[in-house]
Design a protein around this ligand. Structure first.
Ligand code: SF4
Length: 244
């Protein structure tokens, strides 16, 4: 049996088993800490930092999804510093990424009163939609690089390793190895990456076509026969590769 650790979260003194994360300890007493990249069934990597909390004696804010509890820890989940940090993260995200299909993040922007115009000169993430297979599309303008899709494709679920990060710094994006079209990779089209994507960056192709105004019969034809997507207007030639 695991040793019990006593700590205080937002003034509540509790005991949780050793090894519990601060996020889960808070959750156990009904304190919800916001998360974006974290997913209950993926390995936590503390990439987005929205879950930071303040710990007495610590110089920096600490990501609660990975930090474990320790004896007599004093945690504040809603201090002024924490709120300011979360707000800034949200403002940076909304300044450069299309969050129009990220309802949870949009709710956080409202809740933290983040200003979407705070960084007007921020460079927007611009990518053409990648439509290279009959099953799903990749729209990396909506990608927040949360890493969930890569993890479920790898050791967290599928062990397929079809996708990973490519590029560095601002140019970082999710990609296939050597930027090959998905059908030329180890992808088995299990769809687990779509299931964990929080932003609509990965989407079933049928849903995407439906949103684009295609009729169900056309959609069935396009996705069953693997024919390339037809365009509604001649201005958008079908490429089977990228769609602007
Ligand atoms: S495609 Fe979706 S799941 Fe993958 S990193 Fe981007 S936002 Fe996360």
């Amino acid at each position: 049996m695991k040793k019990e650790i006593q700590l205080t979260i937002d003034g509540n003194t509790i005991q949780v088993p050793e090894g519990t994360t601060i996020l889960k300890a808070a959750e156990s007493i009904g304190i919800k800490i916001p998360t974006i990249c974290y997913h209950d069934y993926c390995t936590a990597n503390a990439l987005c930092r929205i879950c930071v909390v303040e710990i007495e004696g610590s110089r920096t804010l600490i990501p609660s999804c990975v930090a474990k509890v320790s004896s007599d820890m004093q945690v504040k989940t809603k201090s002024e510093r924490v709120i300011k940090s979360r707000k800034t993260i949200l403002e940076m995200l909304v300044s450069s990424i299309d969050l129009s299909e990220s309802p949870e993040i949009l709710n956080m922007i409202d809740e933290y009163e983040a200003n979407p115009s705070r960084f007007p000169d921020a460079e927007r993430r611009e990518h053409a939609v990648i439509d290279d297979n009959p099953m799903f599309i990749r729209d990396y303008e909506k990608c927040i690089l949360c890493w969930r899709c890569v993890q479920v494709c790898a050791e967290d679920a599928q062990y397929t390793f079809a996708i990973n990060f490519s590029g560095r710094g601002y140019e970082t994006q999710i990609n296939t190895f050597y930027e090959k079209p998905l059908p030329e990779t180890s992808c088995v089209f299990c769809g687990q990456c779509i299931g964990v994507c929080p932003t609509g960056a990965l989407k079933p192709k049928r849903e995407w076509l439906l949103q684009d105004g295609y009729q169900p019969e056309e959609i069935m034809l396009l996705t069953r026969t693997q024919r390339k997507k037809k365009t509604k207007s001649s201005a958008r030639p079908s490429s089977g590769g990228s769609h602007e």
